[in-house]
Design a binder for this molecule. Structure first.
Ligand code: NAP
Length: 248
């Protein structure tokens, strides 16, 4: 077991990549806490993960909610060994249609929510702690309609280096996993019509050198590598898991 008795907080752990990672971390011996906002998905995650996983409603757009959750986890488990700051969402829109509200909304969750998760959790993390964040292949590939999502992820990529440098003297590592297109409910929440979605999916698939969408579990396995001692000399790095999309 790679995470025996480790306390692991996973944001966006009620769906897709976060949910698969929660299952894997639990199977590797971790005490797992997952967060999300949607009541049905919170309930379904509780059922899927089993009774020993703590499921908390936390809207990451509100730092006070993050603080409350971290206090609850610290009070219950005494520390937080692993943070998988993974929650994210986006609205697709072309340049001319993007509003100030859409920019605020996406940065509020994908960047500020992730930042304050790390800021609030870090004091509860002992030496040897690990922070893993989810960025995206969009960091390095320009994609029409996804400019703001891509910018939030590029900002997060930068943060991994800065916070990694700040926390290294405390023995806490900070790394990113950068997924390519992964088969999760994420795409259905972009605000595209069904026709636009299938057209976009086909276009993306045609571009991926390995010729398929990735599976959430393939990201979970990389998150496990980064959260465990298997990557003990790695910090500030971003591991790309995108079927070659951003490499060739
Ligand atoms: N799927 C892909 O192709 C892909 C590619 C590159 C990067 N990523 C990144 O991977 C991460 C996980 O995405 P996914 O594909 O697993 O998507 P997903 O299945 O839609 O899961 C997103 C998670 O984020 C949570 N979330 C959304 N808004 C939230 C909020 N305001 N506060 C707290 N939690 C919130 C969701 O919970 P609720 O629904 O309960 O709010 C859900 O648990 C995201 O950061 C995404 O940008 C995904």
């Amino acid at each position: 077991m790679k995470l025996q008795n480790k306390v692991a907080l996973i944001t966006g752990g009620t769906s897709g990549i976060g949910l698969e990672t929660a299952k894997l971390f639990r199977a590797e011996g971790a005490k797992v806490i997952v967060t999300g906002t949607n009541p049905e998905r919170l309930e379904a995650a509780e059922k899927a993960l089993g009774g020993d996983v703590l499921v908390l409603p936390v809207d990451l757009r509100h730092p006070a909610e993050i603080e409350r959750a971290v206090l609850e986890v610290s009070a219950r488990f005494g520390r937080i060994d692993i943070v998988f700051a993974n929650a994210g969402a986006a609205t697709a829109a072309p340049l001319e249609a993007i509003t100030p509200e859409q920019i605020d909304e996406q940065f509020s969750l994908n960047f500020k929510g992730l930042f304050f998760t790390i800021q609030k959790a870090a004091p509860a993390m002992p030496k040897g702690g690990n922070i893993v964040v989810t960025t995206s292949f969009l960091n390095t590939v320009g994609t029409p309609g996804l400019s703001i999502l891509s910018a939030t992820k590029a900002a997060v990529r930068s943060l991994v280096r800065s916070i990694g440098a700040e926390l290294a003297p405390r023995g806490i590592r900070v790394n990113a996993v950068s997924p390519g297109p992964i088969a999760t409910p994420f795409h259905g929440k972009l605000g595209l019509t069904v026709a636009q979605l299938s057209e976009t999916a086909a276009a993306i698939e045609a571009k991926v050198p390995l010729q398929r969408f990735g599976e959430a579990v393939e990201i979970a396995k990389t998150a496990l590598f980064l959260a465990s001692d298997d990557s003990s000399f790695t910090t500030g790095a971003e591991f790309v898991v995108d079927g070659g999309l951003s490499q060739f």
